[in-house]
Design a protein around this ligand. Structure first.
Ligand SMILES: Nc1nc2c(c(=O)[nH]1)N[C@H]1C(S)=C(S)[C@@H](COP(=O)(O)OP(=O)(O)OC[C@H]3O[C@@H](n4cnc5c(N)ncnc54)[C@H](O)[C@@H]3O)O[C@H]1N2
Ligand code: MOO
Length: 404
């Protein structure tokens, strides 16, 4: 059995960022930029007012109250012709360009409108409520770097930069193949010894959450012909993910059946719990990630291995496993030779410390516990017994795109 770290390295070595495609900005949310995005506009394009009020020369309102002649009216989208002279003001609104000669804004709450004149009640510092040209960004500047997944905020910035088309990475296409005579799709009639298949659907959701496009194939029966036929439908995908049939039982067919169709195995089995029978290889040119059938094992392996693959395919460069520090909420026994990923509750103390408490039962069939878990406490192989309060590292499960 190889370590989690080695498995991840060997898996990631098989992937490069996908080619870019050009999308209208309205469709680019959640995509990863393939090129740095340069602004084609300066924002604001000229000095503008940040408030509704009067454009003035600060020197004219140094002593208040005072009266100024109102010589113009400028809503956003228009401008004032001519230069402001001493003793003059221009009625102005938020976003309108500052008239030539003016240097400050008096907000309307600090004035009284008179007929053709305005009484100013408060003096202002030069530049008061003026947004200088280029305050936000200037044409030619890089506003967003390549390799960034576009948030809603980024989409707004790209739009303001006047970039209607964006070059982004193609979405990774991931074929998903669940296996087993005992599983049927939700809603289908169930025989007496059958259960509902959850893995295909949790994996599809995980692929989507990571920015990929899932192709959920039909469930393969536990026979070689069924597996081989359905695996053939993954042609053209960037990755085939199987779930189930990965272990040592004679009904655990994936290696054997796909071996007959040219599966070249890179590795099988890692020192990890849950997820021991994980496999990685390539079948007829398509990378294959074989996940164990236990529902929790499948999801934990998706977090640890599928997600970094999808990130690499999209050109996202970030550390694959972001571990955070915490204190244990309960004691733990000595670990065996597999690295543990314990489904845990997290609690933040008033001093900011996070206390992570692994659930008492960690069976890899328990989806309800997985769903309640907020983090996975990571325990190294052969970790010694640990007491409540001991420092520990955990992998957060929420607060990110892939909220498992
Ligand atoms: N003698 C041994 N037995 C097992 C070992 C071992 O090392 N020696 N490993 C165990 C571990 S660890 C795991 S994990 C499982 C993985 O086995 P498989 O990948 O072969 O998965 P299956 O046997 O097909 O199924 C396991 C379990 O999961 C349920 N399952 C399968 N597919 C789905 C699905 N789509 N949705 C929901 N549930 C699913 C299935 O009914 C089984 O209960 O092997 C251990 N055994
Ligand atoms: O590795 Mo298995 O995933 O412990 O249940």
């Amino acid at each position: 059995m190889i370590s989690v770290e080695e498995a991840l390295q060997r898996i990631l070595a098989g992937f490069q960022p996908l080619p870019a495609e050009v999308l209208p900005i309205g469709e680019a949310f959640g995509r990863v930029l393939a090129e740095p995005l340069v602004a084609r506009a300066t924002q604001p394009p000229a000095a503008v007012s940040a408030m509704d009020g009067y454009a003035v020369r600060a020197a004219d309102v140094a002593a208040v109250p005072c009266e100024l002649e109102v010589v113009g009216h400028v809503p956003a989208g228009s401008s004032h012709d001519g230069r402001l002279q001493p003793g003059q003001a221009v009625r102005i609104f938020t976003g309108a360009p500052l008239p030539e000669g003016a240097d400050s804004i008096v907000i309307q709450e600090d004035t009284e409108a008179l007929d053709g004149r305005v009484r100013v009640l408060e003096s202002v510092r030069q530049g008061n409520y003026v947004r200088p040209a280029g305050l936000d960004f200037r044409a030619g500047e890089v506003g967003l770097e390549a390799g960034r997944r576009l948030t809603a905020r980024d989409v707004g910035l790209a739009a303001a930069m006047d970039r209607p088309w964006l070059s982004v990475r193609r979405r990774p296409r991931v074929a998903i193949l669940a296996t087993g005579d005992e599983v049927v799709m939700p809603g289908e009639p169930r025989g007496p010894n059958q259960i509902v298949s959850s893995n295909g659907l949790s994996l599809s959701a995980a692929v989507r959450a990571c920015g990929g496009e899932p192709l959920l194939l039909a469930i393969a029966r536990d026979d070689a012909a069924s597996l081989q036929a359905l695996a053939g439908e993954a042609r053209g995908a960037d990755l085939l993910v199987t779930t189930g049939g990965a272990s040592v039982g004679e009904h655990d067919l994936v290696r054997q059946a796909l071996g007959e169709r040219g599966l070249e195995l890179d590795f099988w089995q890692i020192a990890m719990r849950p997820g021991k029978p994980l496999m990685f290889g390539r079948i007829q040119g398509t990378p294959l990630l074989g996940l164990p059938g236990n529902p929790v094992s499948t999801v934990v392996c998706a977090t640890l291995f599928l997600r970094p693959v999808l990130e690499r395919l999209q050109g996202l460069e970030r550390p694959p496993h972001r571990l955070l520090p915490a204190r244990l909420g309960v004691p733990l026994k000595q670990n065996d030779r597999r690295q543990d990923y314990l489904r845990s509750r997290l609690e933040r103390q008033p001093d900011g410390t996070v206390v992570a408490s692994p659930f008492p039962r960690q069976d890899s069939s328990m989806l309800a516990v997985l769903s309640q878990a907020e983090g996975l406490v990571v325990r190294a192989p052969h970790a010694p017994p640990a007491a409540a309060g001991d420092p520990i590292a955990y992998l957060p499960l929420d607060g990110d795109l892939l909220s498992l």
